[in-house]
Design a protein around this ligand. Structure first.
Ligand code: 13P
Length: 255
């Protein structure tokens, strides 16, 4: 079993939720509940909550992430935030290429690749999201599509840098819908992603990469999903906004 070679990482994606004052309350509830976690715990918060999240998590086992970053260091890119800015604040992780960015904000595999490279060059850990639409699953192209997304996202990423990359498989049809992929479906695609990584970087690098599942993961289904061989953690939306639910997921990953 190779699962033990990898770090389990549970990351909350708060999306566009929680003001700074609300963030402070949620983190203060959360830190007590996850303090004994035997996995990495990350919260990816809106930009305006980063400062309060960094202050509130100081001295705890909770790490802080952003939900996107630009690929340039600075310049005329109104409303964008660069990896160097995040790094200087103390942010450690950044979600790249979430399907909501791809669907609503024109993110493409190519920009996902640029953002991934930029994040890595500043020492941030990118959580690179991939996943298919329902129509694509029904057309039977999930594995090819996800493999292509992974390959393009990782163009130019070295084997050494792969130690600091997390991949999140998030089937779009399972996000925010309450429709979770079955543990077999999640494991099947995660294994296919690992296979793609094997072809690109060889077996030992691929076996060390944390591949999360995301899409309606919650306190009830986390145990089963996280017990699968190739599911090394979760990227959690809705359930990360409730301290109790998020803590149950963190504890499921700590077993
Ligand atoms: P939900 O857990 O709300 O389905 O969201 C998943 C997700 O998009 C995490 O990035």
């Amino acid at each position: 079993m190779n699962k033990s070679l990898r770090k389990a990482v549970i990351a909350g994606n708060w999306k566009m939720n929680k003001t700074p004052a609300e963030a402070k309350v949620l983190i203060s509830e959360l830190k007590e509940k996850v303090k004994d976690a035997n996995c990495d715990v990350v919260i990816c918060v809106p930009y305006v909550d980063l400062q309060v999240a960094l202050e509130e998590t100081k001295g705890t086992n909770i790490k802080v992430g952003a939900q996107n970053c630009h690929f340039e260091k600075s310049g005329a890119f109104t409303a964008e935030v660069s990896p160097i800015m995040l790094k200087e604040m103390g942010v450690e992780y950044v979600i790249i290429g979430h399907s909501e960015r791809r669907t609503y904000f024109g993110e493409t595999d190519v920009t996902v690749n640029k953002r991934t490279l930029a994040a890595l060059s500043e020492g941030l850990i990118p959580i690179v999201c991939v996943g298919e639409y329902l129509e694509q699953r029904e057309q039977g192209v999930t594995e090819e599509l996800v493999a292509m997304q992974v390959k393009i996202a990782l163009q130019g990423v070295t084997a050494e840098q792969m130690k600091n990359v997390i991949i999140a498989y998030e089937p779009v049809w399972a996000i925010g819908t309450g429709k979770t992929a079955t543990s077999e479906q999640a494991n099947e695609v995660n294994a296919c992603i690992r296979n793609t990584l094997k072809k690109l970087y060889g077996e030992s690098v691929a076996n060390g990469v944390t591949i999360q599942y995301g899409g309606s993961m919650n306190a009830k289904n986390a145990d089963e999903l996280l017990s699968m061989e190739d599911v090394d953690g979760g990227l959690i939306g809705g359930a990360s906004l409730k301290a109790d639910d998020f803590a149950v997921i963190v504890n499921a990953a700590s077993k």
